[in-house]
Design a protein around this ligand. Structure first.
Ligand code: FAD
Ligand code: UDP
Length: 385
């Protein structure tokens, strides 16, 4: 079969482009991935011993306020009513996240009203500059120094192992701060998990295109001989791998954080009583524990049933990325941004290669932003493919 487009990477960016090009432009699309599954980092699998759905590359919660994205994804899966809640342990005590009136009152052993809490935090945030330039300044300006030191400073040190003064303020802007007792982790209009799991969602995207999409797994863009032939023929390529790898690291490596995910099946019904528990202090070394059965309270059979006596947890440790590790979070210091712009200059002059996704753009994209970026890129190119 001859193909019109080659897509490198079966993650959300690649699959969204594939689906659009096949269904809207009637193109024949070859999607390759070097892994042995579709879905990129959003992939989940059902644990063989317990049947509990485990997110292989870290927990993934879908949430969006982008109506076009919500409409798009609902063509391929239904979503549960799951609302994400996170707790954190600091100095042996559990607090609700994101920082809300419950966290503030528990931390200060007080009964502040919303207005009283705002005055208190404003006083503690007064030392931060008006236009925060880094994560430390941004964090202190949002919640004041005592809360920053308790809940953000050490967690961020474990997560990024880069001084908070060198990290982008955007990282911390992801977390809402609320002066009421609402402890939803996300602010978005729509939230939920795919009812039949992530893989079923992504497979439905492919199946919706009939035979116009072919997927080849365990196929590396840089080493596979058939792909080399397509490259030599100048096939239009959507590349969602790392941009620095594409250019053979000629300007140096972009920095990433990687993760070690320690999975355990435990003989207890309920290990921690919530889906995610963060650990705000330098000890223990892990940043958080995920307990996957709590992501699907609507599932009530097998090991999801109360009294099953089994659960699956994952301890998440952040680590410095080295060549060969999975790249997870872009560190994105000023030095990284300077290197990135050199690669982007090269990418801008490519005729037949389009870079996209979190690796191709070196961006800290949530799933909805990845899909939005792919839909926008599709609109940009659809009249010239
Ligand atoms: P990816 O999913 O990384 O897909 C890229 C694919 O390209 C990979 O499968 C890779 O194997 C393949 N590839 C790379 N190089 C090659 C090559 N040379 N040849 C062939 N294939 C190649 N978002 C949320 O909305 N909610 C969350 O809760 C959430 N949690 C997250 C937790 C973690 C730990 C991380 C790291 C991210 C999280 N995200 C979350 C973000 C989400 O993972 C991304 O938005 C999404 O995965 C990006 O899709 P992508 O297609 O750009 O990249
Ligand atoms: N963060 C923190 N303490 C927490 C949770 C988050 O300091 O208990 C900071 C940390 O720097 C993290 C950022 O807020 O990288 C964004 O948190 P989020 O939970 O959105 O991160 P992700 O789920 O993407 O790992």
């Amino acid at each position: 079969m001859e193909y019109d487009v080659l897509i490198v990477g079966a993650g959300l960016f690649g699959l969204t482009m594939a689906e659009r090009l096949a269904n809207e432009c009637d193109k024949k699309v070859l999607v390759i991935d070097k892994r042995n599954h579709i879905g990129g980092n959003c992939y989940s699998e059902f644990d063989s011993e317990t049947g509990i759905e485990c997110h292989k590359y870290g927990a993934h919660l879908f949430h969006t306020s982008l109506e076009n994205v919500w409409e798009y994804v609902n063509q391929f899966t239904k979503f549960t009513n799951y609302i994400h809640k996170v707790y954190t342990t600091h100095d042996g005590i559990v607090y609700p996240l994101p920082i809300n009136l419950g966290t503030i009152n528990q931390f200060f052993q007080a009964a502040y009203t919303p207005d009283e809490a705002k005055v208190k935090i404003a006083g503690q945030a007064a030392s931060a500059p008006e236009n925060p330039q880094n994560l430390a300044e941004q964090g202190i300006s949002l919640i004041g120094k005592p809360l920053f030191d308790a809940f953000i400073k050490n967690y961020t040190a474990k997560q990024w192992q880069t001084p908070a003064e060198e990290l982008s303020p955007d990282i911390i802007k992801r977390l809402p701060v609320r002066y009421n007792y609402d402890n939803r982790y996300f602010n978005d209009t729509h939230e939920g998990l795919p009812v039949d799991g992530y893989e079923a969602w992504f497979q439905n995207m492919i199946d919706s295109c009939g035979d116009k999409i072919v997927v080849r797994l365990e196929t590396d863009y840089f080493t596979d001989s058939e792909i080399q032939r397509l490259r030599d023929a100048g096939i239009l390529t959507i590349y969602t791998g790392p941009i620095d790898r594409f250019y053979d690291y000629q300007f140096g490596e972009l920095k990433w954080r990687s993760l070690d995910l320690g999975k355990e099946v435990l003989d207890v019904d309920d290990f921690q009583g919530c889906p995610v528990m963060n650990y705000a202090d330098l000890e223990p070394k892990y940043t958080r524990i995920h307990e996957f059965k709590h992501f699907h309270p609507e599932r009530t059979t097998g090991c999801y049933a109360p009294g099953s006596g089994k659960t699956v947890i994952v301890r998440e440790y952040s680590k410095t990325w080295h060549l060969g590790d999975e790249p997870y979070y872009p560190v994105n210091t000023a030095e990284d941004r300077a290197v990135l712009s050199k690669y982007q200059d090269l990418a801008a002059s490519e005729q037949n290669i389009i870079f996209g996704g979190r690796l191709g753009e070196y961006a800290y994209y949530d799933m909805d932003k990845t899909i939005a970026a792919a839909l926008a890129k599709f609109d940009e190119i659809k009249n010239r493919v």
